[in-house]
Design a protein around this ligand. Structure first.
Ligand code: AMP
Ligand code: ZN
Length: 267
């Protein structure tokens, strides 16, 4: 689940209120490229008898494709991990500046200040630039901002430099966590999957709102074929992604979480 530290709509405490209402006992907060929600969330969870497993969702690139890797159970205070996340945020900031420069050269006088005014969490991305373009009257709406300017391959587009999945899997493992391929959906070719498994991926997010029952069966087959772990959840963002109602609907049994713990302690 995501909080306001990345692209979620709920603060850690608001999110845990929802979790309590839904009656979940064990959850994980997996903000994009950020572990900032975890300290508070774990403490609140302790008071309310909800176990919050430390998590995060990191964007990686492989063969020009964006692949999200989930980390679970890592030490969210690990220095190497925190340094890597800081570097990642710096890079996102520099990339936003490059996009703003491109827009300025196209005679769109957008400032970095107006972009940053839209950022509530830890890292800046194209959604913030799109909102700034709309607020400043340079685009009619959010979608048009992407279509005209900052969508993939559009005139002000700049690619992100991110870690490879290999480096990310290593980072998670060295911080004591388990890595999972996030919501692979239909779009991941099997040879890419094999490459990730070779890189040391621990498991696959099998249960996800975007996965049909056929896809769930397919990934469960891969998980058992390669002795991987299974994970799953609602990928709840609380609002912006129209996922109200998913919280508590997409879950995995506690026994599946216990298998993860077992793998952690036998490593
Ligand atoms: P970034 O990580 O900064 O490249 O931003 C990626 C995010 O921008 C995605 O998660 C989407 O939320 C949004 N996005 C990317 N392309 C589009 C598009 N064509 N239309 C609307 N939103 C988009
Ligand atoms: Zn994702």
């Amino acid at each position: 689940m995501h909080t306001t530290y990345s692209d979620g709509a709920c603060s850690p405490v608001e999110l845990l209120e929802r979790v309590k209402e839904a009656g979940l006992q064990v959850v994980s907060i997996t903000d994009h490229d950020s572990v900032s929600a975890l300290e508070d969330a774990i403490a609140i969870g302790r008071q309310w008898d909800i176990e919050v497993i430390p998590g995060m969702e990191l964007s990686t690139t492989l063969d020009d494709r964006e692949i999200h890797v989930l980390g679970y159970f890592m030490d969210h205070r690990n220095k190497v991990l925190l340094d890597a996340l800081a570097e990642f945020r710096e890079e996102r900031l520099r990339r936003a500046e490059r996009i703003v420069n491109k827009l300025n050269r196209m005679n769109i006088p957008l400032s970095m200040e107006s972009v940053l005014a839209n950022v509530s969490g830890d890292s800046v991305g194209r959604p913030h630039i799109a909102n700034a373009l709309v607020n400043e009257g340079h685009a009619e709406d959010y979608q048009q901002a992407f279509r005209k300017y900052i969508g993939d391959g559009k005139p002000a587009y700049e690619r992100k430099t991110s870690f490879t999945p290999e480096a990310t899997v290593r980072l998670i493992s060295e911080a004591g966590g388990l890595s999972f391929l996030a919501h692979p959906g239909k779009s991941i070719p099997e040879e890419l999957l094999l490459q990730l498994i070779k890189a040391g991926l621990d498991g696959i997010e099998v249960v996800h709102p975007a996965h049909s029952p056929e896809l769930v069966r397919y990934y469960r087959g891969i998980v058992s074929e390669y002795c991987l772990l299974e994970s799953g959840g609602s990928d709840f963002h609380g609002g912006p992604k129209n996922d109200e109602g998913l919280l508590g609907q997409f879950c995995i049994p506690i026994a599946t979480v216990d298998v993860m713990r077992h793998r952690l302690f036998s490593n």
